[in-house]
Design a protein around this ligand. Structure first.
Ligand code: NAD
Length: 276
């Protein structure tokens, strides 16, 4: 389908050294785009090398920490200097690494403010810095598609995920709506994709506890975790002209997880009445 094509488009992907961002970058190279991979990790250089033969597109690495506004400004200016424009920005860099409410140190009255800030810094403030710089270029161009990575954890309360992660992802949904509203008249679209549980390095590189893996699996009607490649179809749609009347939306890709009303007993203990 002609409108799904993105060959020749200039694409930026943040958080591209690993997981979902890396797979989106791979899909864009496969489809013939000029792809700029950005990541705080040095591994972005190897990631770009590995994508070199993935298709007819090209892969250019950039080391950039999205929490540093000047670095983000330099990144986006560098992309435009090298490729002449910026058509698509996947603003995907994110992390968690903070205990969930029922884990030690994760309850609201125990959570260190530094943990809250660390996640907010990347997932929300980092997105803000990237959105600001990309919007500046795309407004001037009078075209562009910005796709932020939210999460199904931002669409409802989620006892298995930390406070700052859930709240940062809920904020991503709001930021995307607000930016879509402002940027529509400039021909710039802003959407979010909201994946369910996907096997990546976000939970660490070691093996996950089997009980936790199984519990997440049970909350997905399709009864399996997602793979990064499960997200790329939606990503390519949002990048391409096939979604030219889509903006301001958050689109789930989660094996049906958000369609299910979860049985709370699996994730939350019974009420503790205490001494009354
Ligand atoms: N894996 C899931 O289950 C899942 C579900 C929903 C949403 N997400 C979101 O998907 C996105 C990608 O995560 P992933 O699961 O692929 O994890 P991942 O850890 O495999 O990849 C995240 C990448 O972001 C990079 N990164 C982290 N902090 C950064 C910073 N300050 N500046 C630049 N790069 C930075 C990391 O180096 C890493 O390469 C995140 O926004 C995450 O919140 C993941």
């Amino acid at each position: 389908m002609e409108t799904l094509r993105i060959d020749g488009r200039v694409v930026l992907v943040t958080g591209a050294a690993s997981g979902i961002g890396n797979e989106i970058a791979r899909a864009c190279v496969r489809e013939g785009a000029v792809v700029h991979l950005a990541d705080a990790s040095e591994a972005v250089h190897t990631a770009a090398e590995q994508l070199a033969g993935a298709g007819s597109g090209t892969a250019v690495p950039h080391r950039c920490d999205v929490t540093d506004p000047e670095a983000v400004r330099g990144l986006v200016e560098g992309v435009v200097a090298a490729s002449g424009r910026l058509d698509v920005a996947f603003l995907n860099a994110g992390l968690n690494g903070v205990p969930a409410p029922l884990q030690p140190g994760g309850a609201i009255d125990e959570l260190p403010f530094s943990s809250w800030r660390r996640v907010m810094d990347v997932n929300l403030d980092g997105l803000f810095h990237c959105l600001q710089q990309c919007a500046r270029v795309m407004k001037e161009q009078r075209s562009g598609s910005i796709v932020a990575t939210a999460s199904t954890a931002g669409l409802r309360a989620e006892p298995r995920v930390s406070y700052p992660y859930v709240v940062s992802k809920a904020a991503v949904v709001g930021l995307v709506r607000q930016a879509a509203l402002e940027l529509a008249r400039f021909g710039v679209r802003v959407n979010a994709l909201a994946p369910g549980p996907v096997v990546t390095n976000i939970g660490g590189t070691g093996p996950r506890p089997a009980a936790s893996v199984a519990a997440w699996e049970d909350s997905v009607p399709m009864r399996r975790w997602g793979r990064p490649a499960d997200v790329t179809g939606l990503a390519l749609l949002l990048a391409s002209d096939a979604s030219s009347w889509m903006t301001g939306g958050t689109h789930v890709v989660d094996g049906g997880a958000s369609a299910l009303t979860q049985v709370l007993s699996d994730a939350l203990p019974a009420p503790d009445a205490g001494d009354r």
